[in-house]
Ligand binder design. Structure first.
Ligand code: ASP
Ligand code: MG
Length: 423
């Protein structure tokens, strides 16, 4: 039997009961003959509460001290879980990210893992321990400062450790039974996906599906680590994310994997841009120099009478203010009339490798939206994805309509949300 990495999210370890339940499950895996490494998130909404607390003492909620603060959340859960396991008669040791050898760059609050040197973990395992690791954190290579990997980063910790330790599988335990064809909080009839390719999962993750982070899936694909997403509450078999289906997993990729939505973006429209070469380049250079990432871009047809056009793009709401400031600073050099900022938008995406070879997917998608009376503001596509921007108020209706139109609705109500406040 090989080594498994199990990761438990905040809602699975939200209280003492939850921690004891997780301890039993971890011991079960050990009893089945596995070496077990467990990655934990902070209990419940601890991370959000720490962020609120930081806001009460300082306007600066970022940087080195902020990372020091947030990593405390995961340290609480790792120690409590180790204690709970020991009290059930099994050996366990907990480790911070730094002790576990998670080495990152020095970008505080969104560090990237650049190396994993899990010597201490390996030793702990060899001595018969269950190793518990605090997720979402590491230590910077150059300054030896504590860093965090960005919100939801514990999944990435788990996959990175699984790769470094040559694990058989990385199990991600969450508060739903797996990856669903849509957010089960929005679509009651969402279906659990038994198997999904890394490619489709990456598109779902970058389109707003929150069950797995894009960076985590990217890492898993690079090192070819199969991920099993499942619930710590039900113990049911969940969703396998991997290169190739194995064993009794479905042999065929579904035509459409699912519908994702995202309400975390805003839209900026640059109004009255001269329609001549070099203008778009200047706009996006200003955005790039401010180190901001954009998502969708659309340029309108210019009105012949004025020779002016509008350019709209979307980006995370959290970057909205900085983008507006960067464009205002560059206004003289670019030469536009005004800026419009709109954060009442939503993005709805349909994802599936099958759309490459199936005509009519785009038509059905737009017909579903029109049937639901949803107006489309922007459109973008990739080979295996179609995304539209709509009004935020329309998002739930739009997701349900598209889900139904592609025959994704399940007969039974299998989409159970076991925990979490959705915060
Ligand atoms: N506790 C961190 C967060 O809430 C990391 C994680 O849960 O993965 O973002
Ligand atoms: Mg969390």
């Amino acid at each position: 039997m090989g080594l498994v990495v199990q990761k438990y999210g905040g809602s699975s370890v939200a209280d003492a009961e939850g921690i004891k339940r997780v301890a039993k499950r971890v011991i079960e895996a050990k009893k089945n003959g596995h070496q077990v490494v467990v990655v934990v998130s902070a209990m419940g909404d601890t991370t959000d509460e720490l962020i609120d607390l930081a806001g009460e003492v300082s306007p600066v909620t970022s940087g080195r001290e902020f990372d020091m603060l947030l990593t405390a959340g995961e340290r609480i859960s790792m120690a409590l879980l180790a204690m709970a396991i020991k009290s059930l008669g099994h050996e366990a040791q907990s480790f911070t990210g730094s002790q576990a050898g998670v080495i990152t760059d020095s970008v505080h609050n969104k560090a990237r893992i650049i190396d994993v040197t899990p010597g201490r973990i390996q030793t702990a395992l060899d001595e018969g321990n269950i190793a518990i690791v605090a997720g979402f954190q590491g230590v910077s290579q150059d300054k030896k400062d504590i860093t965090t990997l960005g919100r939801g980063g514990s999944d990435t910790t788990a996959v990175a450790l699984a790769a470094a330790l040559n694990a058989e599988v990385c199990e991600i335990y969450t508060d739903v039974d797996g990856v669903f064809t849509a957010d089960p909080r929005v679509v009651k009839k969402a279906r659990k996906i038994d198997w999904i390719s890394f490619e489709d999962m990456l598109e779902l993750a970058s389109s707003g599906s929150k069950v797995l982070l894009h960076r985590c899936v990217e890492y898993a694909r690079r090192y070819n680590i199969p991920i099993h997403v499942r619930s710590s509450f039900s113990g049911l078999r969940g969703t396998w994310v991997s290169n190739q289906p194995q064993g009794d997993q479905p042999m065929e990729q579904a035509l459409i994997s699912g519908v994702a939505h995202d309400t975390s973006e805003a839209k900026i429209t640059v109004v009255g841009v001269p329609d001549k070469p070099g203008e778009a380049a200047k706009i996006f250079r200003a955005i790039a120099d401010a180190e901001l990432n954009i998502d969708m871009v659309v340029q309108n047809v210019s009105a012949a009478s004025t020779g002016l056009t509008d350019i709209s793009f979307t980006l995370p709401k959290t970057d909205g203010r900085r983008a507006i400031e960067a464009l205002e600073r560059a206004k003289a050099g670019i030469g536009f009339d005004s800026l419009r900022y709109d954060d009442q938008i939503a993005k709805i995406s349909l994802v599936g490798a099958g759309m490459k070879t199936n005509p009519g997917v785009t038509a059905t998608f737009f017909e579903a939206l029109s049937g639901a009376g949803v107006n489309i503001e922007l459109i973008s596509t990739s080979e295996i994805r179609i995304s539209v921007v709509t009004r935020k108020d329309d998002v739930n209706e739009a997701v349900r309509a598209v889900h139904t139109a592609f025959g994704l609705d399940s007969e039974s109500d299998e989409a159970v949300v076991y925990g979490g406040t959705g915060r």
